[in-house]
Design a protein around this ligand. Sequence first.
Ligand code: GLA
Length: 395
Amino acid sequence: MKADINYLKEEFFRLYGDREREPVLFYSPGRVNLIGEHTDYNGGYVFPCALDFGTTLLVRQTDTAELRLNSLNFPGEVIIPVALNYLPVPKSWTNYPVGVINEFARNGIRAHGMEMLFMGDIPNGAGLSSSASIEMVTAVAMNELTGAGLEMMEMVKMSQKAENGFVGMNCGIMDQFAVGFGRKGHAINLNCDTLEYRYAPLNLGDRRLVITNTNKQRGLTNSKYNERRSECDRAVELISIHRPIRHLSELTVADLWMLDSYIDDPVVRKRARHVITENDRTLDAIRALESNDIELFGKLMNESHDSLCHDYEVTGMELDTLVYEGRKLPGVIGTRMTGAGFGGCTVSIVESRHVDKFMERLSEIYTHKSGLVAEFYLPGIGDGARIMQAAGSRQ
Ligand code: GLA
C-alpha cells in the first residue's frame, strides 16, 4: 500500500504542467486505536498508534488566486478561489483540506494560490482516519508553505476544528492527535482532557497486529456518532444535578452506582457505563503493556469490544462477526473494533505463526456469514505527519 512518488510526480506535472518548478512533498499516516474507544470526547484516555500507510501530498504555490485540488482517489478537479473564508461543498472529499485551509484563514494565515495533488493509501471510511490524515497533511503543508511556524499541537486542534465545523463530524481529538504525533514503533497514551501524552513502545514479541476491514459501506456514521455524543452530554447533565462533573471520565468504576441512581433513561445509562468502564480498561491495558502482559492486554481488548457492542451499540453484524468468530481461532490474543464503529475495521493481536491461518479462516467465515469480502492489513507503526522533501531537491 505504498504511494509511488515518481508516479505521483508524473501525474502532478501532467495535471499542472511546468516541470521546471518542483512541488513539495508531504506525508501523513492513518491511525489505529488499540483501546480507549469513544472516550476522547468524554475527557478520557485513548491508546492509538500511527500506521505506516497514509496520505501523500504534492503541492506547489502559484501566483494565481486559485486553489486547485486533485486526488488520485477521487475523480475530477476542484478549483476554488483563494478567500478569507470558505464554504463546504456537500459530500465532497475536498471539505477535509479546504476545512483546514479555512481554519488557517480564520487564524489570519492565508494561502496563496496552490496546486495540490493528494494520494491516499488508507481505505476510505474504514475507521483508520483517512480524514484526519488528509487534514493533517494539509495542515503541515500550509504551515510550511506560509511559514506560519505553528506547533504540531496547534495544527492538531485546528484540524479537529475543521472536521467539527466544516465537515460536520463532531469528533474528538484522538485521530488528528495520533496522526500528528505518531512515532515509529510506539503507541500514544493520551489523556484527552489535559492533552498530556506519553509514548509507549509496542513490543508484541512473536505476535502481530492484524487489521481487518469489514468493507461494509458506512452510511449514517456521522449522525449516529453525533447522537452518541449527545447521549454522553445528557448523562453528564443528569449526574451533575447531584455531583457536578465536566465529563464522564472524571468518574471511575467505583462510581458506577451513580448511573442507576441518577440516570433514569436506560439507554443513556448504558452509554455512560461504557465510557466509564472503557476508560478504566484503557488504563489497565496500558499498564499491562508496560509489564509485558500481552495476554491481559488482549483480554481487555475483548472486553472493550463487548462493551462497545452491548452498552455503546456501535458495532453491528459485520464487526461482531469478525470479532466473535475471530476469537474462536487459534493464536488470537485479543480482537475488537477500532475507531467510530458502525462498520470499518477490527484490530487484533495474533500470534505470528497463526496469522496466515487466521486470515484464511476468518475470511471464509466472514464471507459465508455476511456475503462481504474482508480485507486484511499487517501494518507497521509509523511516524506522524511531516514534510518529506522540499522543493528543488530531486529524488
Ligand atoms: C472517531 C473519532 C474519534 C473517536 C473515535 C471513537 O474515530 O474521530 O475522535 O471518538 O471515533 O473512539
